[in-house]
Design a protein around this ligand. Sequence first.
Ligand code: PHE
Length: 461
Amino acid sequence: MSETTKRSTGQHQVKRDSFTSSLGMMAATLGSAVGLGNIWKFPSMTGTNGGATFLFVYLACTIVVGLPVMISEIMLGRTVKANAITTFNKLSPKKQPWGLVGVAGVVAAFLILCFYTEVAGWVFAYIFKGISGSILTTDPKVASDMFGQLISNPLMSLVWQWIVLVLISFIVTFGVSKGIEKVTTKLMPILFCLLVIVGIRSMTLPGASEGLKFLFAPDFSKISGTVILMAMGLAFFKLSIGMGTMMTYGSYCRDDQNVPMTATKVMLADLMVSLLAGIAIFPAVFAYGFDVTAGPSLLFVTIPAVFASMPFGYLFAIIFFVLAAIASTGAMLSLFEVPVAYLSETKQMSRKGAVITTALGIVILGAPAALSHSLTADVTIFGKTFFDLFDFLSSNIFMPAGGLCICIFTGWVFGKDRIREQLSNIGKLNNGGIISLFTVLVKYVSPILVALVLLNMLNVF
Ligand code: PHE
């Protein structure tokens, strides 16, 4: 048997790293879920898609589709204890091309990293701009020009992306337990504390209640096909599912961990962070009369302007961007781990070699995305810049399609007997009811819903 298969079958586990505790697994998984999705995407999408109505649809997608896919991924990964592609290859019946779902996952990880590292770069840049005080202006026009200057400068765009890549590569090189787990267990509690501080500040502003109403009082007439598609895409993006991240993390999960419980806790905690981010942002935006529908620039234009208007804004602006930087770091670590695990387990590469290869790949592929607001701004494919295209392809096509395949694979190929065995930890856990509910969801409900949304997007009906 070759070295490659020895590694990937798990028979001869060549020093395969894993999370050292349940808490470590929770921190890393939550670190993956919580990210710019909560702070950048969730508020801007909620703002532009009708507030509470969007929140309601997003919530439904998260529970009915997101959670089952997440449980499936962690379970499948833990069963095989290998990277996403090997996991599918090992579990797939002969001559069935399920390995392609894993391949699509690795491709999606690259696509996401291309634009994600760029936005993270802006966040890191804003910490320094915050410290220098230069972003604190109450005039949204000036704030907008400041942001425009940063993103339209090709050199700065690339340099910030590279700085982020070096940081993430450095942490991932240390491995799963000594790198990812160690860093995320420290960062997650800090993130929660900072978020609560900013949330309290925002809610105690005069006029904050308008913002809360916007976030929590739905108007169901606003639900449309597009709203559902966007909400489902966000649910996938938020939970880091449909592209092998949770599968890869699941492969480092201990056999005695309660998978449905862990996934549910991560889903709830992630939701809480999104709500807290909404609570930190919307009341303040309303209190100072800014535009909630600013979209992606909400984070970099509206928020600094909002902070500049409030007492102690200088400090809160810095805290806010540090918080966003922490959140993005946990997510990027998990994105990196998908190709790194694959390359190091199947391509005879050392971990360091796999990390460098991945980082170089992002330097090359990510450049067009990073330059989308400067040199490549005029290059559009399907009317989208590289940045928007990578974002759209990953969130709205790769991840839902991957999630659909994962549901079908889990429900119909992996099958209910193995589901029962795995989710009960071979009979050690007494969660029969949850397993039955999960099996029905993953076999019928979730795949049908995702398929409907995808077909709707392709204008089939
Ligand atoms: N969940 C992360 C966020 O919300 C993004 C992400 C997507 C991370 C896919 C890993 C995989 O920012």
